[in-house]
Ligand binder design. Structure first.
Ligand SMILES: C[S@@+](CC[C@H](N)C(=O)[O-])C[C@H]1O[C@@H](n2cnc3c(N)ncnc32)[C@H](O)[C@@H]1O
Length: 236
């Protein structure tokens, strides 16, 4: 199946021609988004792509030669595990948020130095907390999130508030499209980078960098904006 075919297989297409959310919040990350992070943030393996889907981020991690890469998803399509670009990755089918993770899937992994992921938006805080528990001290957790993850965050102060492990925020200068038709929603996105720090947290604060839009990314044309079902505010 072509890569376009794989993407379409993950998104339901209504009779009216509108794409709706996959039941597990699957969206394929555009390559330029993952490139934007890896061109700025030093990352070395072993790296886990949590919620790897069809392996968009895993592929970019491998292309950047970060070392060992492990992809994990609660469901992995046959086409994913047989994709030639992913032959150097270890792919696991597990629930990243499983309560018994330390017994069920943790023993299958080596020491993980970094987690790089585009988590399902409605579970993003739990994915980040689990990733921070997983990485070794000094390890990184990089998550592609809507920029408003920073605001209205009473329930996420452990992740964005004072003394948390958030170190850098790379704001994407163009809105990525996660849909096969190239449309974007009205949300701005950023890579958030946490570094697992000492028990009492870090004392300094995160830095912000705005990444220039890629040439012809197609994400900043207002006439092509698409409001997705569920809106932009459904993070925990
Ligand atoms: C937004 S998609 C990102 C897919 C892929 N990483 C990418 O960037 O193209 C989120 C992915 O998380 C997976 N997922 C949802 N809940 C999960 C869970 N509890 N454990 C592992 N994966 C999960 C979904 O199946 C989906 O593939």
């Amino acid at each position: 199946m072509s890569s376009t075919g794989r993407k379409r297989a993950q998104l339901a297409l209504l009779p009216g021609g509108e794409y709706v959310r996959h039941e597990r919040d699957y969206y394929r990350t555009p390559t330029w988004c993952a490139d934007a992070l890896l061109l700025r943030e030093p990352i070395h393996g072993p790296v886990l792509d949590a919620g790897c889907g069809t392996g968009a981020i895993t592929e970019v991690l491998l292309a950047h030669q970060v070392g060992d890469v492990i992809g994990m998803d609660i469901t992995i399509l046959h086409e994913t595990s047989s994709a030639p670009e992913l032959q150097d990755a270890l792919l696991l089918v597990h629930d990243f948020l499983a309560e018994d993770w330390e017994r069920s899937w943790r023993p299958l992994l080596p020491a993980v130095h970094a987690v790089v992921m585009n988590p399902p938006y409605n579970q993003a805080p739990d994915f980040i907390r689990r990733a921070l528990d997983l990485v070794e001290p000094g390890g990184k957790v990089c998550a592609l999130l809507r920029l408003n993850f920073l605001g209205s965050s009473r329930a996420r102060m452990d992740l964005v508030g004072y003394d948390c492990d958030l170190r850098r925020v790379y704001v994407l200068g163009a809105r990525p499209s996660f849909l096969p038709n190239g449309k974007t929603d009205s949300a701005e996105f950023a890579w958030f980078v946490w570094e697992r720090g000492p028990a009492m947290g870090w004392t300094s604060q995160a830095t912000i960098e705005v990444i220039p839009p890629p040439a012809r990314a197609g994400g900043d044309d207002d006439e092509r904006q698409l409001e997705l079902p569920g809106g932009a505010d459904d993070e925990g």
